[in-house]
Ligand binder design. Sequence first.
Ligand code: ATP
Ligand code: MG
Length: 451
Amino acid sequence: MRFSIPGEVLEALQRLNDAGHEAYLVGGCVRDDYLGIPPHDFDICTSAYPDEIINCFPNEKRVEVGKEHGTVGVILNNVQIEITTYRKDGPYQDNRHPEYVSFTRSLAEDLKRRDFTMNALAWHPYSGTIDLFGGREDCDKKIIRCIGSPAMRFTEDALRILRALRFASTFSFSVEKAAAFAMYEKKNLLKRISAERIASELNKLMVGTRPAEVFFQFPRILFEVLPLLEPMYRCPQRSVFHSYDVWEHTLYALDKTPSELAVRWAILFHDSGKPHTVTYDPDGTTHFRGHQQVSVRIARETMETLKQSKALTDEVCLLVDHHDDRIGPDNLQYWISKLGTETFFNLMHVQRADLLAHAPHVAERVTSHDALVNRAEELINSGACLTLNDLNIDGRTLIENGFNPGPFLGETLNYLLDRVINGFENNDKQALLSLAMKRLDEYNKQNNKSN
Ligand code: ATP
Ligand code: MG
């Protein structure tokens, strides 16, 4: 292993060995290390059965993580380590879970049940890497290859289809031909996988290094889990602004986004309403009036079906909703204030990617887009007034000057903020106070009249 392994993990391996058991690091951590990526967790597999594992850690605290499946969680020096008995899967029942798992003393059996060759690597400090299925060679060739018959492995557990696509995106690997064929053939089994598992794989795919390439190569598989995107496929866009159809445009744009989950989902959905709103001029020119709102509906329905978090869903829908809004130097402060800085810059990423995926004469506008983003950064760094907190007057000052606490006070502060943001007023305490007093006067007059 090239990356350092936490001392607690080495200690756990040693304790198991001292008691006469085999123990290895296995799966994702060995793969990541081989690929030069720092591992994010260290899984241990062992020939020891669960009670034997527990006996090796008599004084340590344990965490319940699934003893009946062979996994024991122990806490060493405040570090949680998961140790799993070598397992053999029984027959699979629902295209996802084996009917039962049985424990085995054979590492080879345990490695055989793993999905891809690159995920079946094991490592021990003394014996080095155990690689029974050519996982390292496949890593060198950047290939995702099933262990055993791809059709059988994807039928056993259809989630592996999405895991393959996810790894293809994160590692820029290609899927070996027979596996790709079987994935396509078995894609309808994805209907049986839970929304949460699908969402988790899709989210990892989306923030990978090349999601667009995966969508480009495997659209039919992805439409199984994202059916509302399918109408975009081959949907024509005939206008001087576009060089690509709606689906191609979407993927070119996706390719231009930074690895930011909400931005990438938003780009995927931004034009999904187009196939439902298309109209044609007599010469065949296409228009998609109102597609933005339909795209928002499609985004929301998809994200909710996938049981994505509300925060992510709302952010994606907001970005889709505003993807075509004109933001320029004249209304910059308004938009930053309206969206908040994080969402504002996410929207800038969406608009930039969208722009770059248009016809060349439109894509040229990216220069002024980038200048606008610089300007936004300057504006924020200069301490420009963007929120109520930045306003040089507060509720207490208004109360000292005759306002009563209540909704009218809040409305007035927001009114002052609006005036400043839109450039009608300077952020100056005296000027704002006299404006507020004028408003209070009118309010009192009106209320006295109606009494
Ligand atoms: P990640 O980087 O996301 O953690 P991972 O490959 O480690 O990737 P995990 O879900 O942590 O994924 O699984 C750990 C290991 O268990 C995998 O490397 C693989 O060997 C095995 N595994 C996980 N899911 C499956 C599956 N659906 N079918 C077969 N083996 C699996
Ligand atoms: Mg893992």
